[in-house]
Design a protein around this ligand. Structure first.
Ligand SMILES: Cc1cc2nc3c(=O)[nH]c(=O)nc-3n(C[C@H](O)[C@H](O)[C@H](O)COP(=O)(O)OP(=O)(O)OC[C@H]3O[C@@H](n4cnc5c(N)ncnc54)[C@H](O)[C@@H]3O)c2cc1C
Length: 439
């Protein structure tokens, strides 16, 4: 088949990179593919550039590849369970393929809920492949070299600032020089991740894109010495505790658990700080800490996006997020710097609780019940406030190829659509590429 369409991928994140890989692996000419990213190549990217550059947020993440259709955002709703698993397999295979030591990628697969967490919590059971942040850097370089060798063109430190869906053109601004240049496309893959969420929202407003509403997802990043949780970690490395209050429209889950060499990471969105976490595989970084998000999903709030943003804005002080602990201080990053957070006392926490408009009680109860299930925990923990997943209204797409219902040559993928993790984001990119290859 002779492929002629010029493909522009906005965002060299997990979704965009997997899409490009699927295309060139199957004979699509790399010369027809351009990937534009406001971050840097894997050779230039600095550790503090958490969200941007080759492999996007996934490139500096904890490298935990979840392997279940109920985790990491929506996939099976578009393509069905069986296809979703097959697409996730392809993403995991890519991470192993470019891994310098693929034999070290391991899968944990817990099989039963342990009795000691009942009746306080449920435990989500699902397999996870562990790649490790430090290997991700090497994976990124190998993967990038492969795509370049196939002719794929990259534009780094180049921000797409406008897209004209009607005329199939766009504008790239190079912040370093303030210079602009246009681009044209036949097919556009829009994979800007969380760092581009504002841009996605602007486009949705400009083109009146029909959207699906999303709930609020907000909470805190919890951190404590690992030994308190070891009994559960032995059952499930990336444990996901959950509980539901269906009558109140609230559910809580522990999210993205990091152990052994576990560090809290600051995310910057809309100029505010929020928190996430990552873990290193290299023993040199071992700090024997555990961190995870305690995230609430709240249904029934009008304009959940604005509600979350306003709350995040309020729980900032001195240009950063907040930290509360009955006994501890904020930790350091893997680079040895203090995690940016303003420490508050118990009174300060009561003010935070007010900002959460009654919902903070669910988090306090969650922590209170963890103290019962993990009795050594007592006051030996801290929380970074807030952790937030901005789920901007999801554009309505055609389920067969994730293209906008109103612009069928524009495909939304990854966190810009409905994903919340590496495997699902990569799988969505692969799904779109498979459709393009059919032409
Ligand atoms: C600290 C941290 C740890 C994480 N750990 C895990 C984990 O262990 N497991 C997991 O499954 N998920 C994890 N995640 C989430 C995961 O990284 C994301 O879900 C995934 O990377 C999303 O992929 P994506 O391709 O949609 O977007 P991203 O990977 O975020 O990539 C988007 C890319 O688009 C670029 N971009 C944005 N706007 C523009 C623009 N206007 N012009 C040009 N380029 C633009 C950005 O520079 C970026 O490179 C973590 C996230 C963070 C921040």
């Amino acid at each position: 088949m002779e492929y002629k369409n010029k493909i522009v991928i906005v965002g060299a994140g997990v979704a965009g990179v997997n899409a490009a890989t699927k295309l060139v692996d199957n004979g699509y000419p790399g010369e027809l593919i351009t990937i534009i990213d406001m971050g840097k190549s894997p050779y230039e990217r600095k550790p503090e550039e958490v969200m941007t550059g080759f492999l996007g947020a996934g490139g500096w993440s904890d490298g935990k590849l979840t392997y279940h259709t109920a985790i990491g955002g929506h996939l099976s709703k578009y393509c069905g369970e069986e296809k979703a698993m097959e697409l996730m397999d392809q993403v995991i295979t890519n991470f192993k393929r470019f891994h310098p030591k693929p034999e070290e990628v391991q899968c944990s697969n817990p099989e039963a809920e342990p009795d000691f967490i009942k009746p306080y919590f449920g435990l989500r059971l699902f397999p996870v492949w562990h790649v490790g942040t430090d290997y991700l850097h090497e994976i990124g370089k190998n993967w990038y070299d492969y795509l370049v060798s196939k002719g794929v063109k990259f534009e780094w430190e180049a921000k797409v600032t406008a897209i004209d869906f009607e005329n199939q053109t766009g504008t790239v601004t190079v912040p370093q020089s303030d210079l602009e240049h246009p681009f044209e496309y036949d097919r556009l893959i829009f994979g800007v991740g969380k760092s581009g969420i504002d841009f996605g929202k602007q486009l949705a407003e400009k083109y009146y894109l029909p959207t699906e509403p999303k709930p609020v997802q907000i909470g805190v990043r919890f951190e404590a010495p690992q030994h308190h949780f070891q009994k559960l970690i032995d059952v499930s490395y990336d444990f996901k505790l959950y509980r539901k209050f269906e009558d109140k429209g609230v559910s809580l889950r522990s999210f993205c658990t990091n152990n052994n060499a576990a560090y809290v990471a600051v995310e910057e969105t809309y100029g505010d700080h929020s928190y996430n976490g990552h873990a290193k595989k290299d023993e040199a970084y071992r700090n024997d800490m555990t961190n995870f998000g305690i995230l609430m999903e709240i249904q029934g709030i009008d304009d959940p996006f604005t509600w979350s943003r306003e709350l995040v804005e309020k729980v900032q002080a001195h240009g950063t997020g907040l930290y509360y602990s009955p006994s501890r201080k904020p930790s350091t990053t893997s680079e040895g710097d203090n995690v940016s957070a303003h420490q508050i006392d118990w009174m300060g926490l009561q003010v935070v609780a007010e900002y959460f408009q009654g919902y903070f009680e669910y988090i306090s109860d969650f922590i209170g019940d963890m103290k019962k299930v993990f009795p050594t925990l007592e006051d030996d923990w801290g929380i970074y406030i807030p952790e937030v997943k901005y789920l901007s209204p999801e554009p309505l797409v055609n389920y067969s190829d994730l293209s906008l219902v109103t612009y069928p040559n524009v495909h939304f993928v990854g966190d810009a659509l409905s994903a919340r993790g590496i495997t699902v984001s990569g799988a969505q990119g692969t799904y779109v590429a498979e459709d393009i290859l059919k032409l």
